[in-house]
Design a protein around this ligand. Structure first.
Ligand code: PMP
Length: 436
């Protein structure tokens, strides 16, 4: 490896960074950039909109929408018509393709995995749980909760490298064609968590078209489909549900999303978009677990968002909360890590909630621990890979949205200091070994 600094310089540089680090440590700070959560100002902004809509519409006493049914009472397992239509419009599908659920899309993913394990799907020869083994493809790095959920439910996790245009499709195609026990793949196609990558049309087409077990399902977590960051730029992905149908695999895709980061995380509405056949199958099972989801909350959302354009203009307003935080993050990384660019790289997302930093191999865990010891909580290094194991120990996830700008600046300055220390120590170690 070509080193920028000679040995003495490395030691001097390390001492300088350790001094900065110890100053941070003495401040007893408590900062958290570990999870993709909106800031409280954003929640205030949304609350204000909901409060006005509820008052103007006499929400609690009115309670009747298009379905002419009291939304304060049981009924409509698939959700209220207004929201089925709104999301069908946003996702370029028919109303029948939409199921509106409760407060969490993760909950729906869990339910569909359990459904398949217990009963299989309409295309299964037997329930997935009766197979000798169940395997799930995990484009990595990916969303830690996807991986942990599948592992918890008994799937063997198979890591597939993630690239800028989606998972490595040569690998995906060859695995699913040859191993019928691979029953699913996790995908976060637009502004992937954690890299912020966008699946190319080619990738989406290959996923829709590829040869796979008949009951194979794509878990298409489109959590960030409205969360664009660049002013005036809207990235779109190909319509995988329509493409799968065209290629003769009409039931291949379960698409998920929610309003967690449009309205209230943990207090919004979630959805499944899928073939009409899949939606009917899902309803035929879900009817045993609930009479209906929270239609009061659905109706509240329908009062605020009447059209697709309402959602889009709302999201433009919300982008103003997050854009400065991403700008600040990237400008600090660029300025502070310039001399280290040979050893690391980071993503520059155009939407979503995360930035990935790939540091030098063997340095991610060390960086994470340095941050933790000085009071900065990051996503645990490794968690974005199946079984928590990053084979290169190089990936770190930054979630810049929750702290205010001043806190974020402090957090990132500490973070880059830790990144530098871990790299310098690794370089010095390497040289020590070399000298010996
Ligand atoms: N999917 C992805 C990719 C996410 O990043 C998140 C939140 N961090 C979720 C799902 C959670 O969604 P929900 O609140 O609807 O359960």
């Amino acid at each position: 490896m070509i080193l920028k600094w000679d040995f003495m310089n490395l030691k001097a540089e390390l001492e300088k960074e350790l001094k900065v680090y110890n100053e941070f440590k003495n401040k007893n700070i408590k900062l958290d950039i570990s999870r993709g959560k909106p800031a409280s100002e954003q929640i205030d902004f949304v609350s204000d909109i909901f409060q006005k809509a509820e008052t103007e519409n006499n929400f609690y006493m009115q309670r009747k929408g298009q379905d002419k049914l009291d939304v304060g009472n049981y009924g409509l397992l698939a959700g209220i018509s207004e929201l089925r239509h709104l999301f069908a419009d946003l996702l370029d599908l028919e109303d029948d393709n939409l199921f509106i659920g409760g407060n969490s899309s993760l909950n729906l993913m869990y339910d569909l995995l359990v459904l398949n394990i217990m009963f299989g799907n309409q295309d299964s020869e037997m329930p997935w749980g009766k197979l000798e083994s169940m395997k799930m493809l995990c484009p990595s790095p990916g969303y830690d909760r996807h991986f942990m959920m599948a592992e918890h439910l008994g799937f063997d996790l198979i890591s597939v490298p993630m690239r800028e245009d989606g998972p490595d499709m040569d690998i995906v195609e060859s695995l699913v064609a040859n191993f019928p026990n691979i029953k699913g793949i996790w995908c976060t196609p637009l502004y992937s968590n954690p890299d912020g990558f966008v699946y190319s049309d080619k990738t989406v087409e290959r996923l829709a078209k590829m040869e796979a077990a008949k009951d194979f399902r794509i878990f298409w977590d489109n959590a960030y489909f409205t969360h664009h960051l660049v002013e005036g730029k809207v990235n779109r992905i190909a319509n995988i549900i329509k493409l799968s149908e065209q290629y003769g695999n009409p039931n291949r895709v379960y698409q998920f999303s929610s309003t967690s980061k449009i309205t209230f995380p943990g207090g919004g509405v979630s959805l499944i978009a899928s073939s009409k056949d899949n939606i009917d199958y899902i309803l035929s099972h879900f009817k045993y677990k609930t009479i209906s989801y929270d239609k009061m909350n659905m109706y509240r959302h329908a009062l605020v968002f009447k059209t697709k354009e309402d959602v889009e203009s709302h999201m433009e307003k919300l982008a103003k909360f997050n854009r400065p935080k991403f700008d600040l993050t990237l400008s600090i990384l660029e300025k502070e890590l310039k001399d280290y660019e040979k050893y690391l790289f980071y993503t520059k997302p155009e939407g979503g909630y995360f930035v990935s930093l790939y540091t030098m191999s063997n340095c991610a865990k060390k960086t994470y621990n340095l941050c933790k010891d000085a009071g900065l909580i990051m996503t645990t290094a490794g968690d974005t890979f199946p079984y928590g194991i990053d084979p290169n120990d190089s990936h770190l996830r930054i979630a810049p949205t929750f702290p205010d700008l001043k806190e974020l600046e402090n957090a990132l300055k500490l973070f880059v200091t830790c990144v530098k220390i871990a790299i310098l120590e690794e370089l010095i170690n390497k040289q020590d070994n070399f000298i010996e």
